[in-house]
Design a protein around this ligand. Sequence first.
Ligand code: ZN
Ligand code: ZN
Length: 408
Amino acid sequence: MEQLLEKYAALAVNIGVNIQKGQNLLIRSSISSAPFARLIVKKAYEAGAKDVHILWSDDDITRLRYDLAPDEAFKEFPDYYVKAHTDAVEQNHAILSIVSVDPDLLNGVPAERIAEATKAAGTALSEFRHALQADQISWSIVAVPSEAWAAKVFPNLETSEKQVDALWNAIFSATRADLDDPVSAWQSHINNLVQKSDFLNNHKFHSLHLRAPGTDLTIELPEKHLWCAAESVNAAGTTFTANIPTEEVFTMPLKTGVNGVVTSKKPLSYGGNLINNFSLTFENGAITDFTAETGYETLETLITTDEGSKYLGEVALVPHSSPISTSNLTFYNTLFDENASVHLAIGSAYSFNLDGGKKMSREELVAAGANQSITHVDFMIGCAEMNIDAIKKDGSKIAIFQNGEWAI
Ligand code: ZN
Ligand code: ZN
């Protein structure tokens, strides 16, 4: 176990944020993940970090606030927290988030309260988010089991200890941390993904047509769209990997170019609540109708967050045979579940998904067809029956996905 943790921490520091000599690291972590956070701190200093700072959170305290704080509290957001983030961007620090949240943490909290809090945080941190979505600094997310999260993923194991162990093993396998040399395994995995994105970029497709049971959707792509995969480059020219694991090759839809119907294939954990078996109908990019077997209100809250939350910001291709998909586990955590399935994101687009986008102002991004929102939420639509055609400007087609797998 100790060895696996060491390898996993090394992945986060060397492949994830790829910390550089003399650079500072800001860690955002839950207190329940403190032992792993300490290991990250050690690895970061060993890799040459100048200094490491931590912003702690705690699930129980988060829940107490939602249950007991007065309404006014949810309209405000602390300046010091915003400043910690904008300073990190200005000074080229790396940021690592260690996530472990209980998927049911906010069960029963009124949806308006969650919406209010999301809006306050999203608005206060909008400058920071813009910088992240333009890859100004290196950032990454890794996950660590908490007891509540492990219980949700492995409800049939008898003890909490067994549940946590099982979730650790699932994470090690999904992130390739259980291989002999995870860092070099990651490098070749990244190369594979980049080959796919190069193919798609060379063809400059006009649109995609996605078909699966319950799904018939056309997605037009902006003229200057770029497919990306796994590895990013920050403003200082350093590579980093924002998500560990990552299996996706993704770009942005043209904001007003999405038409048809799409059906979810996995539960979506949003703001501590689950949305399940839902469908969205699009006209000229906007969601004009939606259904949900469970979590309808939560979905409505998400879609009505702001003007941009009615539109899409990402389309991502993931084969049905990805290691996370074949594990047959639902993690109830987007970091993992998005890598098991073709997915879309409601909300803002990443500016690096446009040629020259990293240097564009928000107005220029909008003009180029990129959606803007304070939210960005992935939801899973892929399955073994999914077929995707990529269509060129002249109408000719290439099947890029057949029966849930890459066809190129
Ligand atoms: Zn994604
Ligand atoms: Zn996404």
